[in-house]
Write a protein that binds this ligand. Structure first.
Ligand code: XIL
Length: 379
């Protein structure tokens, strides 16, 4: 721990004082001219190239959700610099909102696939994989569904059709699906009231969701995904018991992932590696899917150097935990620039949670990820 702290600080300082590598070809053919301007960086400078082979470094793709209430246009389609960096730096993409029910299935008889299609196409062109997010959740469901007064039989058919349609549409093009998101509360109790599916259909619907997703895309790895499971605790215990039970019944569950929305208000969750490892031992893949590290911003909104170092240390520790677990091969940050981060909108007084500032300049956390990946690649 002390060693890690020192290493992060030393490497980050070194990286900040070294001249940036000369630019080379962009990985995004859609982004126009090939790195003509000084914002581009060489391939050795890219997180995706620094990573060990078979290890995916991902980001959320901004759009939908809270972005719709901000005073900027859709980031993914409108912000060229943003797109270009996304293509260059990352080897995995997660639609931040564009595959959620309220976005992709806005009316009972209408799907809106335009943005999800665009993201999956972009990923193909840039040789990136995609994490689908998400199919069974208590949040961001459309009003027609939540307020529809459907019978249990109708709801079951609605869920089955949705999963078959959405998963089927992208079959073969999605590496991992977050089939079930946030089904347990902090005490490890199923969200029986909040989650419409569990409330109306009972907990057995969870197994069905995995079965239907597997039928629609036998190649996709099917995950449970949640926050607050970055330690061995009541919530991760509940997942452990559930997964064991489902595996015994031969339900096609392939993975367990930790969102890892962290804050410097709390210590780094020291049990992260152990928590991932016990699912690894069950034979599951594991992943970090939504890492960000928020902090209380001082007056004026600029984080101090000490805050940025602490943040870098958390990013590095989360990455190291995943790298240390055999089948943890997917590490995704929930956006790479503060410009589009959900944090200031959802956590009052907190911000600066990502690895780049609004203008895409890099924070110590970026360099901490880069050096940790490079180090892992050597071994
Ligand atoms: C967040 C998005 O970042 C916001 O744009 C949206 O308004 C709300 O949802 N856990 C999840 C993610 O699984 O889908 C959430 O994303 C963050 C918490």
């Amino acid at each position: 721990m002390r060693y890690l702290r020192f290493a992060t600080a030393a490497l980050a300082t070194a990286a900040l004082t070294l001249p940036l590598a000369a630019s080379s070809a962009t990985a995004d053919p859609s982004s126009g001219h090939r790195d003509a301007h000084h914002h581009s960086h060489g391939t050795s400078d890219q997180l995706r190239r620094a990573a060990p082979d078979g290890f995916y470094v991902g980001t959320a793709v901004a759009g939908g959700g809270h972005h719709l209430e901000q005073d900027y246009p859709d980031p993914f389609t409108s912000d060229k610099k943003y797109r270009k960096t996304m293509g260059q730096q990352f080897s995995s993409l997660s639609p931040e909102n564009q595959m959620k029910w309220e976005y992709i299935h806005p009316e009972q008889n209408r799907y809106d696939f335009a943005m999800a299609d665009a993201i999956v196409d972009f990923a193909d062109r840039n040789n990136q994989v995609v994490r689908g997010h998400t199919l069974l959740w208590h949040s961001q469901n459309p009003a027609w569904l939540e307020e529809g007064d459907f019978s249990a039989k109708e709801l079951r058919a609605i869920l089955r059709k949705h999963i078959t349609t959405v998963v089927g549409r992208y079959a073969g093009r999605i590496q991992q699906w977050d089939v079930a998101n946030e089904i347990f509360d902090g005490e490890g109790k199923l969200r029986t009231e909040e989650n419409i599916w569990i409330r109306e259909l009972g907990p057995g619907i969870i197994a069905d969701a995995f079965r239907w997703a597997h039928e629609a895309d036998p190649k996709a790895k099917l995950f449970f995904n949640d926050y607050g499971v970055e330690d061995v605790n009541a919530k991760s215990d509940a997942y452990y018991a559930l997964v064991k039970d489902l595996l015994k019944q031969r339900v096609p569950v392939d993975g367990f992932s930790s969102q890892a929305h962290l804050s410097t208000r709390y210590g780094f969750p020291g049990g992260l590696e152990e928590s991932l490892r016990r699912f690894d031992k069950l034979g599951l893949e594991t992943a970090i899917t939504e890492l960000d590290v928020r902090m209380d911003l001082p007056e004026g909104g600029e984080p101090t150097d000490a805050q940025l170092q602490q943040q870098a240390d958390y990013y590095q520790q989360a990455l190291s935990a995943c790298l240390a677990v055999k089948d943890c091969n997917s590490f995704t940050i929930w956006g790479f620039t503060d410009k589009y981060s959900w944090v200031p909108v959802f956590f009052e007084g907190e911000g600066s949670a990502t690895v780049m500032r609004d203008d895409l300049t890099r924070k110590p956390a970026f360099f901490a990820l880069q050096s940790t990946l490079k180090e892992a690649r050597k071994h």
